[in-house]
Design a protein around this ligand. Structure first.
Ligand code: SF4
Length: 366
């Protein structure tokens, strides 16, 4: 007798995993009843570890230069239609100070793969931030870099690193990236970041061209194996001046559904709602909180910087994708009956016994 979708959700909630065929079934036959039940379980799980807290991470966009040419991304090197910018140290420190005054305790330094920001330059910026704001976390999102850079930045005080794997299937990866990029290298970088000691974030887009259900199952399986501390799932948005600009956006309901699944797979994870979700689903932030999300981005840079980073198609009324400002974000969290948490808000590691149980469970698993 085949197992019902509700039973699959129960199994996921208890064991934190499903067989690939079961996961595919849960994805293919999504319905209202299963979705409500999944979100219910996901919310309970989130609140068990994080209560009603939603952490706000302050984003500072360092640069929109990038050496890569990912086919879906408006920051790609070959896009000559956008105005490029880089911040200097004074701007970065000013935005940190503004954010700090509003209560932000995590600064996310993000950019394309821009080697203008060398290993030493980034190390100096991290050191400056840590010496001015010792109670704050520096979180990096600077792309694939050599192991020595990851180590140096960790040694001077950065403790979280975000690097989306984008898709865990090699054939799909090749369809949305140019030949000089490699999924193997991306995965190796993620493992290296973990070994270095970072709290690592990974994730993927929902609805990218050529994506299949089997690809999404592989994404979830990779996330389960990597066991990152942060997961970020966002809908694909067609971006002007890219080869995918006339494709359809990813499905917002499916994105939320996947957030619920990830919350049950990794109960303690810091699960992020991306600002792009607002473009495919109304009232997206509140709905994502109800699906198990517990962190959001708020941009600390002024509008002119955000607009340079906002590379989607303005002709189609795409809203700001860098994140609301801190004040607006606080309002949204409070309106959803959650608690604004501007504190550093690290991942809650399991106690040793639970880790040991996990290892025994894995060894005994058929
Ligand atoms: S997705 Fe990242 S690495 Fe790829 S082109 Fe855009 S900014 Fe560069």
């Amino acid at each position: 007798m085949s197992i019902s979708k509700i039973e699959l959700v129960d199994k996921l909630a208890v064991t934190n995993q499903l067989q690939d065929e079961e996961m595919a079934e849960l994805l293919k036959f999504r319905n209202k009843e299963t979705t409500e039940y999944l979100f219910n379980q996901a919310l309970k799980t989130k609140e068990k570890y994080y209560d009603k807290k939603i952490f706000i991470r302050g984003t500072i966009e360092l640069s929109n230069y990038c050496k890569n040419n990912c086919y879906y991304c408006g920051l790609q090197r070959n896009n000559n239609f956008i105005t490029r910018f880089r911040l200097d140290e004074n701007d970065i420190m000013k935005y940190c100070l503004d954010g700090y005054d509003k209560g932000i305790r995590t600064f996310v330094l993000t950019s394309g793969d821009d080697y203008y920001f060398t290993e030493n330059k980034v190390a100096d910026i991290i050191s400056m931030i840590k010496s001015s704001f010792p109670d704050c976390i520096v979180q990096l999102c600077l792309g694939e870099r050599p192991a020595s850079s990851y180590k140096k930045w960790f040694d001077v005080g950065a403790t979280r690193y975000l690097l989306w794997h984008e898709t865990a299937n090699d054939s799909h990866f090749k369809k949305i990236h140019p030949p000089d990029m490699s999924l193997l290298k991306r995965k190796q970088a993620l493992w290296r970041l973990k070994e270095t000691g970072y709290q690592v974030g990974s994730g993927f887009m929902v609805g990218t061209p050529y994506q299949t259900v089997a690809d999404v199952v592989e994404d979830l399986s990779f996330i389960k194996t990597l066991n990152p501390q942060i997961v970020h799932i966002s809908p694909f948005l067609p971006t002007v001046h890219t080869r995918f600009e006339h494709e359809r956006s990813g499905n917002g309901d499916m994105t939320l559904y996947l957030m619920g699944i990830v919350r049950l797979m990794l109960p303690r994870v810091l699960l992020t709602a991306d600002p792009t979700l607002e473009n495919v689903i109304p009232d997206a932030r509140r709905k994502s909180f109800a699906a198990g999300v517990n962190e959001v981005f708020a941009s600390l840079a002024p509008d002119e910087v955000k607009n340079y980073f906002n590379v989607y198609n303005k002709r189609h009324n795409i809203k700001n994708c860098s994140g609301d400002d801190v004040t607006r974000m606080c309002q949204k969290i409070e309106e959803s009956n959650n608690i604004v948490a501007v504190e550093a808000g690290d991942y809650i590691y399991p106690p040793k016994e639970e880790k040991l149980y996990g290892q025994i469970h894995r060894i005994m698993r058929p």
